[in-house]
Design a protein around this ligand. Structure first.
Ligand code: TXA
Ligand code: MG
Length: 318
Protein backbone atom coordinates (compact mmCIF):
# COMPACT_ATOMS: atom_id res chain seq x y z
CA UNK A 1 0.00 0.00 0.00
CA UNK A 2 1.33 3.45 -0.91
CA UNK A 3 0.55 6.25 1.51
CA UNK A 4 1.54 9.86 1.95
CA UNK A 5 4.38 10.17 4.49
CA UNK A 6 4.19 13.45 6.39
CA UNK A 7 7.64 14.97 6.94
CA UNK A 8 7.67 17.20 9.99
CA UNK A 9 9.96 18.93 12.48
CA UNK A 10 7.11 19.29 14.97
CA UNK A 11 7.09 16.83 17.88
CA UNK A 12 3.47 17.79 18.64
CA UNK A 13 2.35 17.00 15.09
CA UNK A 14 4.22 13.66 15.08
CA UNK A 15 2.75 12.67 18.46
CA UNK A 16 -0.77 13.58 17.30
CA UNK A 17 -0.34 11.26 14.28
CA UNK A 18 0.93 8.47 16.56
CA UNK A 19 -1.98 9.01 18.96
CA UNK A 20 -4.49 8.70 16.14
CA UNK A 21 -3.11 5.25 15.29
CA UNK A 22 -0.32 6.20 12.89
CA UNK A 23 3.18 4.77 12.40
CA UNK A 24 5.82 7.44 13.05
CA UNK A 25 9.60 7.37 12.65
CA UNK A 26 11.47 9.42 15.27
CA UNK A 27 15.09 10.21 16.22
CA UNK A 28 16.90 8.61 19.15
CA UNK A 29 20.55 8.83 20.19
CA UNK A 30 21.23 5.24 19.02
CA UNK A 31 19.41 5.00 15.67
CA UNK A 32 16.05 6.26 14.35
CA UNK A 33 13.05 4.25 15.58
CA UNK A 34 9.80 3.36 13.80
CA UNK A 35 7.07 3.79 16.39
CA UNK A 36 3.52 2.59 16.93
CA UNK A 37 1.54 2.90 20.18
CA UNK A 38 1.23 -0.46 21.96
CA UNK A 39 -2.46 0.44 22.42
CA UNK A 40 -3.00 0.59 18.62
CA UNK A 41 -3.16 -2.98 17.19
CA UNK A 42 -3.68 -1.83 13.59
CA UNK A 43 -0.66 0.47 13.75
CA UNK A 44 1.47 -2.40 15.08
CA UNK A 45 0.44 -4.55 12.10
CA UNK A 46 1.23 -1.71 9.70
CA UNK A 47 4.63 -1.26 11.34
CA UNK A 48 5.62 -4.90 10.69
CA UNK A 49 4.41 -4.56 7.07
CA UNK A 50 6.26 -1.27 6.44
CA UNK A 51 9.57 -2.71 7.66
CA UNK A 52 9.07 -6.10 6.08
CA UNK A 53 9.75 -7.50 9.54
CA UNK A 54 9.00 -11.14 10.43
CA UNK A 55 6.23 -11.38 13.08
CA UNK A 56 8.39 -13.65 15.29
CA UNK A 57 10.91 -10.85 15.96
CA UNK A 58 9.81 -8.84 19.03
CA UNK A 59 9.85 -5.04 19.31
CA UNK A 60 11.41 -2.85 22.00
CA UNK A 61 8.91 -0.73 23.96
CA UNK A 62 9.98 2.88 24.51
CA UNK A 63 9.00 4.95 27.53
CA UNK A 64 9.43 8.62 28.43
CA UNK A 65 10.55 8.19 32.04
CA UNK A 66 11.75 5.60 34.54
CA UNK A 67 8.36 5.77 36.28
CA UNK A 68 6.77 4.19 33.20
CA UNK A 69 8.71 0.90 33.58
CA UNK A 70 5.89 -0.30 35.83
CA UNK A 71 3.38 0.34 33.00
CA UNK A 72 4.91 -2.45 30.91
CA UNK A 73 6.88 -4.77 33.24
CA UNK A 74 5.40 -7.05 35.91
CA UNK A 75 8.66 -7.66 37.78
CA UNK A 76 11.91 -5.74 38.14
CA UNK A 77 14.78 -7.63 39.81
CA UNK A 78 17.23 -5.83 42.08
CA UNK A 79 19.87 -6.07 39.34
CA UNK A 80 17.48 -4.60 36.76
CA UNK A 81 16.64 -1.79 39.17
CA UNK A 82 20.36 -1.02 39.58
CA UNK A 83 20.86 -0.86 35.80
CA UNK A 84 17.79 1.36 35.39
CA UNK A 85 19.00 3.70 38.09
CA UNK A 86 22.45 4.00 36.50
CA UNK A 87 21.72 3.94 32.75
CA UNK A 88 18.12 5.13 32.12
CA UNK A 89 17.53 7.31 30.18
CA UNK A 90 20.13 6.15 27.66
CA UNK A 91 21.21 3.59 25.06
CA UNK A 92 20.23 0.52 27.11
CA UNK A 93 17.32 -1.92 26.66
CA UNK A 94 16.35 -4.29 29.47
CA UNK A 95 14.37 -7.46 28.85
CA UNK A 96 11.90 -7.85 31.73
CA UNK A 97 8.79 -9.95 32.46
CA UNK A 98 5.92 -8.22 30.67
CA UNK A 99 2.56 -7.27 32.12
CA UNK A 100 -0.84 -7.59 30.47
CA UNK A 101 -0.80 -4.12 28.89
CA UNK A 102 1.84 -5.29 26.39
CA UNK A 103 0.25 -7.26 23.54
CA UNK A 104 1.84 -10.48 22.28
CA UNK A 105 2.10 -8.92 18.82
CA UNK A 106 4.80 -6.65 20.31
CA UNK A 107 6.70 -9.43 22.11
CA UNK A 108 6.24 -12.03 19.35
CA UNK A 109 4.44 -14.27 21.84
CA UNK A 110 7.12 -14.01 24.55
CA UNK A 111 6.32 -13.40 28.22
CA UNK A 112 9.10 -10.80 28.30
CA UNK A 113 9.38 -7.28 26.91
CA UNK A 114 12.37 -5.16 25.91
CA UNK A 115 12.12 -1.75 27.61
CA UNK A 116 14.09 1.34 26.71
CA UNK A 117 13.97 4.97 27.85
CA UNK A 118 15.97 6.99 25.28
CA UNK A 119 17.97 10.07 26.31
CA UNK A 120 17.52 12.11 23.10
CA UNK A 121 15.40 15.14 24.13
CA UNK A 122 13.23 15.02 20.97
CA UNK A 123 12.54 11.31 21.57
CA UNK A 124 11.68 11.97 25.20
CA UNK A 125 9.26 14.77 24.33
CA UNK A 126 7.65 12.61 21.62
CA UNK A 127 7.25 9.73 24.10
CA UNK A 128 5.91 12.07 26.78
CA UNK A 129 3.18 13.26 24.40
CA UNK A 130 2.34 9.70 23.32
CA UNK A 131 -0.84 8.33 24.87
CA UNK A 132 0.77 4.94 25.55
CA UNK A 133 4.26 3.36 25.44
CA UNK A 134 5.70 3.14 21.92
CA UNK A 135 6.90 -0.09 20.30
CA UNK A 136 9.74 0.74 17.92
CA UNK A 137 12.26 -1.29 15.95
CA UNK A 138 15.03 0.51 14.07
CA UNK A 139 13.53 2.58 11.22
CA UNK A 140 15.06 0.74 8.25
CA UNK A 141 13.81 -1.90 5.86
CA UNK A 142 14.43 -5.29 7.50
CA UNK A 143 17.96 -6.57 6.87
CA UNK A 144 19.40 -3.21 5.75
CA UNK A 145 21.72 -1.06 7.90
CA UNK A 146 19.88 0.88 10.62
CA UNK A 147 19.03 4.50 9.79
CA UNK A 148 21.14 7.05 11.65
CA UNK A 149 19.68 10.18 10.03
CA UNK A 150 16.24 11.13 8.76
CA UNK A 151 17.32 10.98 5.12
CA UNK A 152 18.10 7.26 5.49
CA UNK A 153 14.65 6.66 7.01
CA UNK A 154 13.11 8.54 4.10
CA UNK A 155 15.07 6.43 1.59
CA UNK A 156 13.78 3.17 3.12
CA UNK A 157 10.25 3.99 4.26
CA UNK A 158 8.82 6.96 2.34
CA UNK A 159 5.29 6.04 1.20
CA UNK A 160 5.06 3.18 3.73
CA UNK A 161 4.63 5.07 7.03
CA UNK A 162 2.39 7.91 8.21
CA UNK A 163 5.00 10.35 9.47
CA UNK A 164 8.73 11.01 9.76
CA UNK A 165 9.78 13.31 12.59
CA UNK A 166 13.00 14.90 11.40
CA UNK A 167 15.68 15.38 14.04
CA UNK A 168 19.46 15.51 14.20
CA UNK A 169 21.63 12.56 13.15
CA UNK A 170 21.97 9.93 15.89
CA UNK A 171 24.95 10.73 18.11
CA UNK A 172 25.82 7.06 18.83
CA UNK A 173 24.86 5.43 15.54
CA UNK A 174 24.66 1.83 16.88
CA UNK A 175 21.56 0.19 18.37
CA UNK A 176 21.13 -0.01 22.14
CA UNK A 177 22.87 -2.49 24.41
CA UNK A 178 20.35 -5.23 25.35
CA UNK A 179 20.53 -7.03 28.71
CA UNK A 180 18.09 -9.83 29.53
CA UNK A 181 17.14 -9.39 33.20
CA UNK A 182 14.13 -11.74 33.11
CA UNK A 183 16.01 -14.84 34.33
CA UNK A 184 18.13 -15.69 37.35
CA UNK A 185 21.33 -14.25 35.88
CA UNK A 186 21.49 -11.16 33.62
CA UNK A 187 22.77 -11.83 30.09
CA UNK A 188 24.17 -9.35 27.58
CA UNK A 189 22.17 -10.10 24.39
CA UNK A 190 23.45 -7.28 22.17
CA UNK A 191 26.54 -5.12 22.65
CA UNK A 192 26.08 -1.35 22.36
CA UNK A 193 27.28 2.00 23.65
CA UNK A 194 26.75 0.98 27.27
CA UNK A 195 29.72 -1.35 27.37
CA UNK A 196 30.08 -4.69 29.14
CA UNK A 197 32.71 -3.07 31.38
CA UNK A 198 30.26 -0.33 32.39
CA UNK A 199 27.47 -2.85 33.01
CA UNK A 200 29.72 -5.08 35.13
CA UNK A 201 30.78 -2.11 37.24
CA UNK A 202 27.14 -2.02 38.40
CA UNK A 203 26.17 -5.73 38.12
CA UNK A 204 29.37 -7.87 38.10
CA UNK A 205 27.56 -11.16 37.37
CA UNK A 206 26.37 -10.22 33.87
CA UNK A 207 27.26 -12.98 31.38
CA UNK A 208 27.54 -12.87 27.59
CA UNK A 209 26.32 -15.12 24.82
CA UNK A 210 28.93 -15.92 22.26
CA UNK A 211 28.79 -17.57 18.88
CA UNK A 212 30.29 -20.68 20.48
CA UNK A 213 26.97 -21.15 22.30
CA UNK A 214 24.48 -21.22 19.42
CA UNK A 215 21.84 -22.93 21.56
CA UNK A 216 21.53 -19.64 23.49
CA UNK A 217 20.64 -17.75 20.32
CA UNK A 218 16.84 -17.91 20.41
CA UNK A 219 16.95 -15.83 23.61
CA UNK A 220 17.18 -12.79 21.34
CA UNK A 221 14.98 -13.78 18.42
CA UNK A 222 16.20 -10.94 16.18
CA UNK A 223 19.78 -12.17 16.27
CA UNK A 224 18.96 -15.09 13.99
CA UNK A 225 18.07 -12.77 11.08
CA UNK A 226 20.64 -11.22 8.74
CA UNK A 227 21.39 -7.70 9.80
CA UNK A 228 23.04 -4.46 8.82
CA UNK A 229 23.99 -5.71 5.40
CA UNK A 230 24.74 -3.30 2.58
CA UNK A 231 24.56 -4.60 -1.02
CA UNK A 232 28.35 -4.42 -1.23
CA UNK A 233 30.22 -7.37 0.21
CA UNK A 234 32.08 -6.88 3.48
CA UNK A 235 35.68 -7.98 3.98
CA UNK A 236 36.97 -7.77 7.55
CA UNK A 237 40.59 -6.88 8.16
CA UNK A 238 42.76 -6.43 11.21
CA UNK A 239 44.67 -3.37 12.37
CA UNK A 240 47.42 -2.30 9.96
CA UNK A 241 46.90 -5.41 7.82
CA UNK A 242 48.48 -5.04 4.40
CA UNK A 243 45.58 -5.10 1.95
CA UNK A 244 46.05 -5.55 -1.74
CA UNK A 245 43.06 -3.90 -3.43
CA UNK A 246 42.10 -5.54 -6.71
CA UNK A 247 38.59 -4.20 -7.22
CA UNK A 248 38.10 -0.87 -8.99
CA UNK A 249 35.22 0.07 -6.73
CA UNK A 250 36.44 -0.82 -3.23
CA UNK A 251 35.91 1.21 -0.05
CA UNK A 252 37.55 1.24 3.38
CA UNK A 253 36.38 2.17 6.87
CA UNK A 254 38.49 1.81 9.98
CA UNK A 255 40.94 3.52 12.30
CA UNK A 256 44.28 2.67 10.67
CA UNK A 257 45.84 4.16 7.56
CA UNK A 258 43.69 3.22 4.55
CA UNK A 259 45.03 0.87 1.86
CA UNK A 260 45.94 2.39 -1.46
CA UNK A 261 43.53 2.31 -4.36
CA UNK A 262 40.15 2.57 -2.62
CA UNK A 263 37.46 4.66 -4.30
CA UNK A 264 35.84 5.75 -1.02
CA UNK A 265 37.25 5.85 2.49
CA UNK A 266 36.54 6.86 6.06
CA UNK A 267 39.31 6.94 8.65
CA UNK A 268 37.91 7.38 12.15
CA UNK A 269 39.94 8.83 15.00
CA UNK A 270 38.01 7.14 17.80
CA UNK A 271 35.77 4.09 18.27
CA UNK A 272 32.93 6.55 19.03
CA UNK A 273 33.38 8.10 15.59
CA UNK A 274 33.62 4.64 14.00
CA UNK A 275 30.31 3.61 15.63
CA UNK A 276 28.58 6.83 14.64
CA UNK A 277 29.73 6.68 10.99
CA UNK A 278 29.45 2.95 10.23
CA UNK A 279 25.86 2.56 9.00
CA UNK A 280 25.88 5.87 7.12
CA UNK A 281 29.07 4.76 5.37
CA UNK A 282 27.47 1.45 4.36
CA UNK A 283 24.56 3.36 2.83
CA UNK A 284 26.90 5.79 1.05
CA UNK A 285 28.83 2.84 -0.41
CA UNK A 286 25.61 1.40 -1.83
CA UNK A 287 24.64 4.77 -3.29
CA UNK A 288 28.07 4.92 -5.02
CA UNK A 289 27.85 1.32 -6.29
CA UNK A 290 30.85 0.15 -4.29
CA UNK A 291 31.33 -3.61 -4.69
CA UNK A 292 33.54 -4.43 -1.65
CA UNK A 293 33.92 -2.63 1.68
CA UNK A 294 37.08 -3.40 3.67
CA UNK A 295 36.30 -2.87 7.36
CA UNK A 296 38.88 -2.85 10.13
CA UNK A 297 37.86 -4.91 13.17
CA UNK A 298 38.48 -2.88 16.33
CA UNK A 299 39.64 -4.63 19.50
CA UNK A 300 37.03 -6.54 21.46
CA UNK A 301 36.68 -4.14 24.38
CA UNK A 302 34.52 -1.14 25.22
CA UNK A 303 32.57 0.16 22.23
CA UNK A 304 34.80 -1.98 19.97
CA UNK A 305 32.73 -5.03 21.00
CA UNK A 306 29.55 -3.48 19.53
CA UNK A 307 31.27 -2.42 16.31
CA UNK A 308 32.78 -5.91 15.88
CA UNK A 309 29.35 -7.46 16.41
CA UNK A 310 27.75 -5.31 13.68
CA UNK A 311 30.65 -5.92 11.29
CA UNK A 312 30.53 -9.71 11.80
CA UNK A 313 26.79 -9.73 11.15
CA UNK A 314 27.12 -7.49 8.10
CA UNK A 315 29.75 -9.93 6.81
CA UNK A 316 27.35 -12.83 7.45
CA UNK A 317 29.77 -14.40 9.95
CA UNK A 318 27.29 -14.69 12.82
O1 TXA B 1 18.66 1.37 19.84
C1 TXA B 1 17.74 0.58 19.66
O2 TXA B 1 17.57 -0.45 20.35
C2 TXA B 1 16.75 0.89 18.52
C3 TXA B 1 16.02 2.18 18.91
C4 TXA B 1 14.95 2.54 17.92
O3 TXA B 1 15.50 2.07 20.20
N1 TXA B 1 15.84 -0.19 18.31
C5 TXA B 1 16.24 -1.37 17.75
O4 TXA B 1 15.19 -2.26 17.53
O5 TXA B 1 17.37 -1.62 17.43
P1 TXA B 1 15.33 -3.55 16.63
O6 TXA B 1 13.94 -4.08 16.56
O7 TXA B 1 15.97 -3.22 15.36
O8 TXA B 1 16.19 -4.52 17.49
C6 TXA B 1 15.66 -5.01 18.70
C7 TXA B 1 16.26 -6.33 19.07
C8 TXA B 1 15.84 -7.46 18.15
O9 TXA B 1 16.98 -8.26 17.88
C9 TXA B 1 14.82 -8.22 18.97
O10 TXA B 1 14.77 -9.60 18.67
C10 TXA B 1 15.31 -7.98 20.39
O11 TXA B 1 15.76 -6.66 20.36
N2 TXA B 1 14.23 -8.08 21.38
C11 TXA B 1 13.13 -7.31 21.50
N3 TXA B 1 12.33 -7.75 22.50
C12 TXA B 1 12.94 -8.82 23.04
C13 TXA B 1 12.63 -9.74 24.09
N4 TXA B 1 11.49 -9.65 24.80
N5 TXA B 1 13.50 -10.73 24.36
C14 TXA B 1 14.66 -10.85 23.64
N6 TXA B 1 15.01 -10.03 22.63
C15 TXA B 1 14.17 -9.04 22.32
MG1 MG C 1 16.92 -3.37 13.65
Amino acid sequence: MIMQTKLTDSVEEAAAILNSGGVVAFPTETVYGLGAGICHPEALLQLFRAKGRPADNPLIVHIASIGQVAEVASAVSLQAAQLIERFFPGPLTLVLKKNSSVPYSVTAGLETVGVRCPANPVAREFLRLACCPVAAPSANRSGLPSATNWEAVHEDLDGKIDCLLRGDPSTIGLESTIVDCSGSRPILLRAGAITLEQLRAVVPEITTITITQPEERPKCPGLKYPHYAPRASIVLCSKNEKIDIKESSAAYIGMSEPPEGVALLKVCRTTEEYGRELFGFFRLCDARNISVIYCELPSDEGLGRAIRDRLMRAAGLC
